[in-house]
Design a protein around this ligand. Structure first.
Ligand code: 13P
Length: 346
């Protein structure tokens, strides 16, 4: 493990007000999203869509790294250029999702455990040789009646820590993602308490497993009321609750927190990230960045619809969201930005 190199990559992932483009949907998740907008669910369409995303002009102005999936990291542009080369030529760092999914947890009804540790050392070695310099593992924590349990939080936190240690050994920066879901009718306060408990467990296990905190990124959920909760707090309240929670449990050695969007609308995800950065009076110990999938890709996917004639318009939509989120990192995002789209193909 080259500690300095890991620290450099981790810092680059959150430098210059940029963030990550999560485009690591598994084949089944990608197919489900295609089906919703009437796009054929086959390998050619998945390849074409990912080519559209990574060839968006000037994307590297706002995006520091892209998270790929096993199928995608092995693909090329139609003209034959490997995706990894396209991403690096665009000034971005290629990353890879390495967990094999959240599965039902034995003896814990309604809860999930993320799998993928078996054989991980060999897979990481291969991904490094292919050019990846960071990796992602997502744990899923569900809020419901009597859950999450201590057993579920502990098992997921330990798996995240073991994954992170293996990543650093292989020269890949681990993006550690314990996602507390926004599904349900729980209050924002309950989300705050549980997010704090989960992050506390995760950092405890990261330390036990000797993970170098300076060479990792935390991918966190924002502290939000459940989607079905009657009380939906204002943007400023979500921002303050999220920052307060992170300050209590995320060590300052971590260079950055990159939020997932989790099912929020594009505009709310940008506005909440913006408020966190705009409202923090004293400098925060870590960068607050983004690692969105749905909240950055969805408009592009809706416009593309699998039609080659819509590629430029879809790329403009992706670039626009990337610009909005870069502005949010500086606390300069405004609702007016949604009316004046910034064109990549001006
Ligand atoms: P969303 O932004 O759509 O929640 O996805 C982020 C992600 O990478 C989930 O693992």
């Amino acid at each position: 493990m080259n500690e300095q190199e890991l620290m450099n990559v981790a810092r680059r992932l959150v430098a210059d007000d940029k963030g990550l483009l999560a485009m690591d949907e598994s084949t089944s998740t990608c197919n489900k999203r295609f089906a919703k907008v009437g796009i054929p669910q086959d390998v050619d369409m998945r390849r074409a869509y990912r080519e559209l995303l990574i060839t968006t002009p000037f994307l590297g102005e706002c995006i520091s790294g892209t998270i790929l999936y096993d199928e995608t990291i092995r693909q090329q542009k139609k003209v034959g250029t490997p995706f990894v080369k396209v991403i690096m030529d665009g000034g971005m760092i290629p990353g890879i999702k390495v967990d094999t999914g959240a599965k039902d947890m034995a003896a814990f009804p309604g809860e999930k455990i993320t799998e993928g540790l078996d054989g991980l050392r060999d897979r990481l070695k291969e991904y490094f040789e292919m050019g990846a310099r960071f990796a992602k593992w997502r744990a899923v924590i569900t809020i419901g009646f009597g859950i999450p349990s201590f057993g579920c939080i502990e098992a997921n936190a330990q798996a995240l820590a073991r994954y992170a240690a293996l990543c650093q050994e292989a020269g890949l920066v681990p993006v550690v993602e314990p996602e507390v879901l926004m599904t349900g009718d729980h209050s924002m306060e309950r989300c705050r308490e549980l997010t704090k408990d989960v992050l506390h467990a995760v950092f405890s296990h990261l330390c036990t497993q000797r993970v170098m905190l300076e060479g990792m990124i935390l991918k966190a959920n924002m502290v939000l009321p459940g989607r079905a909760c009657a009380k939906q707090e204002a943007v400023s309240e979500v921002a303050d609750a999220t920052v307060k929670c992170l300050l209590q449990v995320v060590p300052p050695a971590v260079p950055g927190v990159a939020f997932l969007s989790g099912g929020q609308t594009c505009e709310l995800a940008s506005a909440r990230l913006n408020a966190m950065n705009a409202r923090s009076r004293s400098p925060l110990p870590w960068a607050l960045a983004f690692s969105f999938a749905r909240a950055i890709q969805q408009p592009a996917l809706d416009i593309w619809k699998g039609n080659i004639h819509n590629v430029v318009a879809a790329q403009n939509a992706l670039y626009h969201r990337a610009q909005c989120n870069k502005a949010a990192r500086r606390g300069e995002y405004t609702a007016a930005m949604e009316e004046t789209s910034t064109l990549a193909h001006a």
